[in-house]
Ligand binder design. Structure first.
Ligand code: NAD
Length: 354
């Protein structure tokens, strides 16, 4: 099975190297038959080929079984006309990766910052909402009618809402059978009402899954106060982006949060955090978020192909990560430990082999 690997910017190459090492080991141990095809994206390809996303990358991703994408410094890219394409957004749109699945769970022996332990998944719509670079057929959804006025268009569709709600309910059936829909329908009475209408319709098709709704503002307080009450949380693009960072930090650290972007036919593993330019190239990055994202991709492949070995590999990676995180001596610096990226990866590989 061919995996396309895109290292990205900042700490991307370091955490990608760690992740590929872990995947190679898992492939060998569980007989997954993974192969890896590496392409430069981001500043590396902008420098050598004039674009952050060169033309051969998208077809390579389309033809691959899975994609592993490193973080990107896209805030620093030049305009699109000068080669600065937001790689992550482009892949999400072109491959229709509509479901951004972002779990957050606290772990024994590791401090969590919310008042309760937690084990929840944010199911974030990934292709519309307020994201102006991807919510229009032509042009972008942000514009300035005059120098002192800026407007932004937010797109919510029945189809987009229906399919993300389905993702959440299907996931809940594999977890604790509860879905919470997060919205702001008291103010955005048209768009949010449409989103809720579709969530409620889907809820009726899943009578075995309990369903409730929460306003986005009170949701942030509840996440801090009582996150243990949540199982699967479905929401629109921007709320999901923000809530998932809050949830993963509350669970211990943003650096521990796995994430996949999944559609009907493709899946891309991508860490929740950014390219951390402040620590790039210093062997300080924690690769856990991307490694756990890759484990989620293995789970997705296990379901797609009905191959249990992929799920077993994912469990082995998660279990080894938990074991390391329990031991203060084997943590990375962001978690108060002493290990660099390479030493942590070595320790992780030993644990997977044990
Ligand atoms: P960031 O997530 O890169 O960094 C925030 C802080 O967390 C920094 O102090 C950083 O050192 C630390 N950090 C992040 N990941 C870490 C890791 N794995 N191990 C240890 N420490 C880690 O956020 P930022 O600084 O706001 O953004 C930097 C760049 O990343 C920007 O160009 C932004 O647009 C981009 N970004 C990309 C993605 C993505 O590719 N998915 C997501 C968010 C931000």
């Amino acid at each position: 099975m061919r995996m396309v690997v895109l290292p990205g910017d900042g700490i991307g190459p370091e955490i990608i190297a760690a992740t590929v090492r872990v995947l190679e080991l898992a492939s060998k141990r569980f007989g997954l038959g993974l192969t890896f095809e590496l392409h430069d994206v981001g500043f590396a390809s902008l420098k050598s080929r004039g674009s952050t996303l060169t033309p051969e990358v998208l077809p390579a991703c389309r033809g691959a079984e899975g994609i592993v994408l490193g973080p990107l410094s896209h805030s620093d890219y030049p305009p699109r006309a000068e080669g600065g394409i937001n790689v992550s957004a482009e892949l999400r749109i072109q491959l229709d990766l509509y479901a951004n699945i972002r779990p957050s769970r606290s772990r024994d022996g590791l401090t969590h910052w919310g008042r309760t332990p937690m084990d929840l998944v944010i199911v974030r719509e990934n292709t519309e909402g307020f994201y102006a670079d991807r919510n229009m057929y032509q042009g972008i959804g942000e514009f300035m009618p005059d120098p002192d006025m800026a407007l932004s268009i937010r797109k919510i569709t029945a189809r987009g809402s229906d399919r993300i709600a389905r993702s959440a309910f299907e996931l809940a059936r594999k977890r604790r059978f509860h879905v919470t829909s997060v919205h702001k329908a008291n103010v955005l009475k048209v768009t949010e009402a449409l989103f809720l209408r579709e969530c409620r319709k889907v809820a009726k098709e899943f009578p075995d899954v309990t369903y409730d709704e929460q306003l986005i503002d009170s949701m942030t307080a509840l996440l801090v106060r009582d996150a243990q009450r949540f199982d699967c949380v479905v929401t629109t693009n921007m709320y999901g982006d923000i809530l998932s960072d809050l949830a993963s930090e509350l669970s211990g650290s943003l650096g521990l949060a796995g994430s996949i972007n999944a559609g009907a036919t493709h899946c891309m593993a991508q860490a929740q955090h950014g390219s951390a330019p402040d620590i790039a190239g210093q062997d300080k990055a924690n690769p856990t978020s991307l490694v756990l994202s890759a484990a989620m991709l293995l789970d997705w492949l296990s379901i797609k192909h009905g191959k249990d070995a992929f799920a077993s590999a994912a469990r082995a990676i998660e279990g080894a990560t938990d074991t390391l995180l329990r031991d203060p001596a084997r943590r990375t610096r962001d978690l108060g430990g002493a290990l660099g990226t390479k030493a942590f990866t070595e320790a992780l590989c030993k644990e997977i082999e044990a």
